[in-house]
Design a protein around this ligand. Structure first.
Ligand SMILES: [Ca+2]
Ligand SMILES: [Ca+2]
Length: 404
């Protein structure tokens, strides 16, 4: 190559670099403008997993799919629903094995509750990590005593409800639900023509529901001890009522999740990896393309995995998002509240805890104070619940909270 050719290549490279930098900053500015112009999550926020934008009325044509920026390190090796199933963790060399619970019985119901002694706590935080979610200000809150499910609602428990009542979930009634692209089989994906406008890695999958989490060619046979997913708020509310329970208020959920510790990021403290050990099921790798499953799981984990918090609750943060009874607002006052129940009106409900799809770079919401929302009929691959009750329902086993 001659010196003049090298010179031209060099100049062309500089020009391309200039263009890339400018286009990128223009896109970032656009994202920030969109995010700050509304409290609605219809537009994806900067650093957002997009799971608050799931709405069947906000879909776009997938033809632009090739333009979606999947970032560096894109890899197909983590794709496929089998990666989220038990089958995928059977080798002794797999370092993730150490995070798995002992063998679980598929038939167990996982409906135990623990008594939560009421009290005062600090809800929210003063220095919000995601201000647009309304995490601040902190306020002193009192909640009365209640019982809380020790686990997220399992597939086994939800199946018991469906078998007793014939209940059809919103995902079944609509005929579809939202699934993240990387776990959908090629066979199913080829017929999907739409994507979520604000988060194109979420696709509406026909036939996806709690029995078929990744689409019609998947099942929950080996996941009866995993949390039920594709739950709309209405589904979660109906299930809890049937079980003699109810959805928690946001204050009850956060009080229970904090487990008796004040002003901590996580239920166990501020260190995400105490003693270099994972305590919850979130996303390691690069969202949304590469999930290394370093915490033991690509998809959901059994509801009794990892250590419980100080009140004996498992997987409050991570694994699946959990619905609350509160309607959504981001406006809070710094004043004392007694058993708050959220706004009187509004068409969205608060969900808490983040999910196995949360990564710090995109969705740092696996914190006690973090929060998000969806409309009442939205359902998704990472959306479930846990119930609470004012009195222990008949036939429900009570477990003692761990000794402090
Ligand atoms: Ca994980
Ligand atoms: Ca959870």
């Amino acid at each position: 190559m001659s010196a003049s050719t090298l010179n031209r290549v060099f100049l062309a490279s500089i020009f391309l670099l200039y263009l890339l930098v400018n286009v990128r900053s223009a896109l970032q500015e656009d994202a920030i403008i969109q995010a700050s112009s509304t409290e609605s999550a219809d537009t994806v926020k900067e650093e957002d997993c997009g799971c608050s934008s799931l709405n069947r009325e906000k879909l776009v044509d997938r033809n632009g799919e090739a333009d979606v920026d999947h970032g560096e390190g894109e890899s197909e090796e983590t794709s496929g629903p089998s990666k989220s199933l038990d089958d995928d963790h059977g080798t002794e060399e797999d370092p993730a094995l150490k995070y798995r619970a002992e063998a679980n019985e598929n038939t167990k119901l996982w409906n135990e509750m623990v008594h939560i002694e009421g009290g005062m706590f600090t809800m929210g935080i003063d220095e919000p990590i995601i201000p647009l979610d309304g995490e601040s200000p902190s306020r002193r809150v009192n909640v009365d005593s209640f019982y809380a499910d020790v686990y997220e609602t399992s597939n086994a428990e939800f199946m018991r409800f469906v078998e007793a009542t014939g209940y059809q979930t919103d995902a079944e009634k609509f005929g579809d639900s939202f699934v993240v692209e990387t776990v959908i089989s090629e066979e199913v994906k080829k017929d999907i023509t739409q994507a979520v406008a604000a988060a194109p890695w979420w696709l509406p999958v026909k036939g996806a529901n709690w029995r078929h989490p990744e689409g019609p060619d998947s099942n929950i046979t080996k996941r009866m001890d995993h949390p039920v997913v594709h739950m709309s708020w209405a589904d979660a509310n109906e299930y809890c009522k049937w079980a003699g329970k109810r959805l928690p208020t946001e204050a009850e959920w956060e009080y229970a999740t904090r487990g008796g510790l004040e002003n901590r990021l996580f239920p166990w403290g501020n260190n995400m990896l105490p003693n270099s050990k994972h305590r919850m099921n979130i996303w390691q790798g690069k969202f949304p393309t590469t999930n290394t499953g370093e915490d033991g799981f690509i998809g959901t984990c059994p509801v009794n995995n990892y250590k419980p918090n100080g009140f004996g609750l498992y997987n409050t943060v991570g694994n699946v998002w959990e619905w609350t009874s509160d309607r959504w607002t981001i406006h809070h006052l710094k004043k004392f509240l007694n058993n708050p129940t959220g706004p009187e009106t509004g068409d969205k409900r608060v969900k808490k805890g983040g999910s196995f799809m949360c990564h710090k770079s995109y969705c740092y919401r696996y914190r006690c104070a973090a929060r998000s929302q969806n409309t009442e009929d939205s359902s998704a691959y990472n959306l479930g619940m846990r119930c609470v009750a004012d009195r222990l329902p008949e036939g429900v086993p009570e477990v003692k909270r761990p000794s402090q």
